[in-house]
Design a protein around this ligand. Structure first.
Ligand SMILES: O=C(O)c1ccccc1N[C@@H]1O[C@H](COP(=O)(O)O)[C@@H](O)[C@H]1O
Length: 228
């Protein structure tokens, strides 16, 4: 089935409390993300993450976000948390993605940092290797962690993208701009973190709901117009 025939997948990333996780699950989102990068303000220790994952299991797909971890660390994490997906948000090569997929048996989202159209050249290298490719804005140069900074990129550069592979869009999405992002980028899924927060690492339940309502309406409008 082509990406255009599927309903939009919405992922709320960086959930770290039972209250905000429950708010996200109540909206019916397809994916929730738990961040295992220690430098992130959204980091959750594996024991807390296992409890959050137990709440989400069967209601949404669980995504464990990691940055440049080796296979032994990932195996331990997978055993403790039992996610459905791994989101690789570092400099993992196509060979590393292939090896991680084989070792864990999990589906993999590979994030690519995008600033301009030249960065899209990396897309082809991961096609057929990663299960989903996530196009995210590049972080600031001096950033302590490689995502979750609320920065957007120029979505118009995605018009030329090969759409035979399902891709997800992230980077600075929020309840106000997500409709335009969906209309322009026509992604398989959208992913948000800081755009549904009050402060870094502090999710806002009203903003989560507003984001999901806006994204669903935009996807329905795009489908109606025959553009997705
Ligand atoms: O959210 C984090 O703290 C994070 C840390 C390390 C790597 C990625 C991270 N988040 C991902 O970044 C993008 C964009 O986030 P935002 O919406 O712009 O805040 C998203 O895919 C998050 O999953």
């Amino acid at each position: 089935m082509s990406a255009s025939a599927q309903p939009l997948a919405i992922k709320i990333c960086g959930l770290s409390t039972p209250e905000t996780l429950e708010a996200a699950l109540a909206t019916g989102v397809e994916m929730i993300g738990l961040v295992f990068h220690p430098k992130s303000p959204r980091f959750v220790p594996p024991e807390e993450a296992a409890a959050l994952a137990a709440m989400a299991r069967g209601r949404a797909e669980i995504v464990a976000l990691v940055v440049d971890r080796d296979i032994a660390e990932l195996t331990d994490l997978v055993e403790a948390v039992r996610p459905d997906w791994l989101q690789l948000h570092g400099r993992e090569t196509p060979e590393a993605v292939r090896a991680i997929r084989a070792a864990t048996g999990l589906r993999v989202i590979k994030a690519l940092g995008i600033a301009d159209r030249h960065d899209l050249a990396a897309f082809a290298a991961y096609q057929g290797i990663a299960d989903r490719i996530l196009l995210d804005a590049k972080p600031p140069k001096d950033a302590a962690y490689p995502g979750g900074h609320g920065r957007t990129f120029d979505w118009s550069i995605l018009a030329a993208l090969d759409r035979t592979s399902p891709f997800m869009l992230s980077g600075g999405l929020d309840p106000v701009n997500v409709a335009q992002a969906i209309a322009m980028a026509r992604p398989w899924g959208v992913d948000v973190s800081s755009g549904v927060e009050r402060a870094p690492g502090v999710k806002d339940v009203d903003r989560i709901t507003e984001f999901v309502v806006a994204a669903r309406a935009a996807a329905a409008a795009a489908a109606e117009a025959g553009r997705t």
